[in-house]
Design a protein around this ligand. Structure first.
Ligand SMILES: NC(=O)c1ccc[n+]([C@@H]2O[C@H](COP(=O)([O-])OP(=O)(O)OC[C@H]3O[C@@H](n4cnc5c(N)ncnc54)[C@H](O)[C@@H]3O)[C@@H](O)[C@H]2O)c1
Ligand SMILES: O=c1ccn([C@@H]2O[C@H](COP(=O)(O)OP(=O)(O)O[C@H]3O[C@H](CO)[C@@H](O)[C@H](O)[C@H]3O)[C@@H](O)[C@H]2O)c(=O)[nH]1
Length: 705
């Protein structure tokens, strides 16, 4: 499909602003105008903006926050982008580049990584990351797509309800003799490439996104606190040596404030006198909702220097996002604010979790219930209802390391108290997790010897296979100290073979897995994991485990319809050429509508066949092994709930040892329903009940009903 790169419409609120979209001629250098008269006018306006040029110092007067659109004078000078290279094919680089390519069919997006295995998997059907919807995006952008056509009329508003699979591009006659308007979507060429040719791809790019890992330093000065910039620095110096002059270098990784200075110095060191632009464009996606977050971001943050060329670079990057993100959500700030904002966003989100977790401890001692407290305070719009779920503490690769980085930054600036304040958020997190483990052990009479303990959930949060900094692992370590007979693990997203390998590496000092003589068994069947268990611990908030209704679901953002309700037909589309977002929402609707009719994963018949795997593909081997490995010699008895399907807790209760203990570390279990099954439920943020109390409560509930 030939789709022009969108030209931004400037809406600065200034009556003198120019509607570029309607008047801009195409010029050889893609600037707004080649007319000397107009250019002089533009130059005058730029002058009048009193921008500080070519200075890396923090400006004495902060630049305008252009939340409502780019400022006049630089925005319309954005360069057309043909080639983007993203260095780092991880959780951020892969999905971000995929969505950029998907939404910009005319831009070639290459994702490079030094990890050959990762790149091989991105180029196969075994994507290295489990993210809902990622496969759909990657298949279109990486493999290209067929031409398709469909009627632009919602199901139900026409006589022929239609299969809505692709049909001929001719319009279909309706029963009343009228013709439905057919929408034809041309075929697409592949524009997303995964490669290990790092230097070559960098040298070809107009924009280079650096999306490599920036973990916490494990040794040397600042060990355990400062950000380890090894990978970031290494990539920066490769970029410095190979990027073409004028390339825009973008910090996508989360980095300490003032990293752009390091980037600029590295560029100058390797290529003195060559001009490059450096921008900050932190990523805010969360694991498990990465694709949704990328398709519908709350905001895109682009930090630039205050020079005209830097702002122009920011605008160039903004045009890439503007292909699918409304302009009002693209924020431009000064580069230091942008770098710092990412650390602050994560620290403040984590702080809310630690705050509510601290309150959960009070609830457990007083009889107040933390979910009720959260729901009550969340009604205050100044507080808001998100990120108030008490549990076993936050995990994941970002929160802890970013708070550590912020507090280290504060301390290196001589702000001891500030550093201490933020470190407390992590302390509270660890306290909360350890309190939960202690509660389990205490309830089980202070001994786990000869007992089987089951963990439901190993990933750090729901809908992801990401296990980095997962609270489950820390809980397992504490349980191991008590010498249990078995620690059973089941996670609906994590491949058991991979989990076993991970545990082997992480707990290499002790023979922890059953194969090595230890107590840990990783199951691919939830019921097998729970059979004969003395206690079940809910350690990840998967919906599959839940038997309690969700509290209020957050409302969708205004102005964007994608994914807002997949059971509603998104047609008719207003545009003659529907956008990729439109087509994706139709794809989702049809999948939802046809999920029982066996139409498969490609209702629009748009996909091109995926690349075939080599005979000796290790991932195909892994899948076969996973299917055949079930812990207790029960090879084909795998049970993984399908989307929306819940575990049958009455079945689980019937298999458990008495007394039946369930420890809900995520606040997703309904105490009433559990009591009916004879289960003793202990939940974070609720007072412990004696069994006698439970029986009394159960009878009260029965009476009420
Ligand atoms: N994971 C998230 O949800 C998330 C969200 C927002 C921001 N971030 C930030 O984004 C950055 C990347 O995080 P991630 O989770 O994608 O990390 P990741 O570990 O999944 O991926 C990083 C990739 O970079 C590659 N890499 C490292 N050095 C390289 C080099 N010299 N040349 C080529 N490739 C190299 C690695 O092989 C790896 O595949 C971090 O700074 C992180 O803080 C992460
Ligand atoms: O009310 C809540 C919300 C979350 N969590 C836990 O907090 C952790 C982090 O959850 P979440 O923030 O949803 O996932 P992440 O993928 O870690 O995403 C965070 O970290 C990313 C990496 O920087 C950012 O980009 C995201 O904006 C930020 O939400 C998980 O263990 C959750 O179980 C709670 O305990 N209670």
């Amino acid at each position: 499909m030939s789709k022009p790169i969108p030209v931004p419409v400037i809406d600065s609120g200034d009556s003198a602003s120019i509607d570029v979209a309607s008047t801009a001629p195409t010029t050889p250098d893609a600037s707004w105008s080649s007319s000397p008269v107009l250019r002089a006018d533009i130059d005058r306006r730029i002058e009048s903006l009193n921008i500080e040029f070519d200075s890396l110092q923090t400006p004495s007067t902060p630049p305008t926050n252009h939340a409502d659109g780019p400022i006049l004078g630089w925005s319309y000078l954005a360069q057309p982008v043909k080639n983007i290279c993203c260095v780092g094919a991880g959780y951020v680089g892969g999905p971000t580049a995929a969505v950029m390519a998907f939404q910009n069919p005319n831009i070639r997006v290459t994702v490079v990584d030094r990890d050959e295995r990762r790149i091989r998997r991105w180029n196969s059907k075994h994507l290295p990351i489990h993210e809902p919807g990622l496969g759909d995006i990657v298949r279109i952008a990486r493999d290209g797509s067929r031409e398709i056509s469909f009627t632009n009329t919602p199901v139900g508003s026409r006589a022929n309800d239609g299969s809505d699979t692709a049909s001929s591009s001719e319009s279909e006659p309706a029963s009343d003799g009228h013709h439905f308007r057919m929408t034809v979507v041309p075929s697409r060429q592949p524009n997303l490439i995964f490669s290990t040719e790092v230097t070559k791809c960098i040298s070809e790019a107009d924009i280079i996104l650096i999306a490599v890992n920036t973990p916490t330093k494990s040794r040397g000065i600042g060990a355990g606190r400062a950000t380890d910039m090894t990978a970031f620095e290494a990539v920066t110096s490769v970029v410095a040596q190979h990027a073409r002059p004028g390339a825009i270098i973008v910090e996508k990784s989360t980095v300490p404030c003032r990293t752009a200075e390091l980037v600029r110095e590295t560029m100058e060191l390797h290529r003195p006198g060559v001009h490059f632009e450096v921008l900050s464009n932190p990523e805010f996606l969360a694991a498990g909702t990465a694709v949704q977050d990328l398709l519908q971001p709350d905001r895109i943050l682009i930090g630039s220097l205050t020079s005209e060329s830097s702002r122009r670079a920011a605008e160039t990057l903004a045009t890439v996002y503007a292909a699918w993100v409304p302009r009002s959500r693209i924020l431009t700030t000064n580069i230091w604010s942008s770098e710092l904002s990412k650390l602050v966003a994560n620290s403040m989100l984590a702080q809310r979790i630690s705050s509510i977790n601290s309150i959960s401890a009070i609830c457990e001692k007083t009889g107040a219930e933390v979910d009720e407290v959260a729901a009550s305070i969340g009604r205050d719009p100044r507080i808001g209802n998100k990120f108030l779920k008490a549990g076993i503490g936050f995990g994941g690769s970002c929160f802890k390391k970013d708070i550590l980085s912020l507090s280290y930054l504060a301390e290196s600036l001589g702000l001891e108290e500030v550093g201490e304040y933020w470190r407390q958020v992590i302390k509270m997190n660890e306290y909360q997790r350890d309190r939960f483990s202690r509660r389990v052990i205490t309830c089980l009479n202070n001994t786990l010897v000869a007992k089987k303990i089951t963990l439901l959930g190993y990933a750090f949060k729901a809908n992801t296979s990401d296990t980095r900094e997962s609270p489950a692992l820390e809980i397992i370590k504490t349980l191991l100290e008590e010498n249990p007979r078995e620690i059973a693990i089941y996670d609906p997203c994590c491949n058991p073979v991979v989990t076993r390998n991970e545990i082997k590496i992480l707990l290499r000092d002790q023979a922890a897995l059953q194969d090595d003589g230890g107590p840990i068994v990783v199951y691919s069947n939830a019921y097998e994991a729970c059979a004969a268990s003395h206690a079940i611990l809910i350690t990840t908030e998967f919906d599959e485990f839940r038997n309690k209704k969700r509290l209020e679901t957050p409302k969708g953002l205004p102005g964007i319809t994608f994914g807002s309700n997949k059971s509603l037909d998104p047609r008719p589309f207003k545009r003659i050429e529907p956008s990729e977002t439109d087509i994706l929402s139709l794809h989702k609707f049809l999948l939802h509508k046809n999920r029982c009719s066996g139409v498969g994963s490609d209702p629009l018949q748009r996909y091109i066949e995926e690349p075939a795997c080599a005979e000796d593909c290790p991932d195909c081997g892994l899948m076969e092994k996973d299917a055949s490995v079930s812990s207790k010699g029960n090879p084909n008895n795998e049970y993984r709930p399908g989307p929306g399907e819940r575990l049958d807790w009455s079945k689980i209760a019937s298999m458990m040892k008495t007394p039946k203990w369930v420890f809900d570390g995520k606040g997703i279990m309904d105490p009433k329903a559990m009591a009916k099954l004879g289960i003793r439920l202990e939940s974070v943020g609720r007072r412990s009940s004696t069994f006698h109390e439970l029986v009394v409560r159960y009878h009260t509930w029965i009476d009420e009903e």
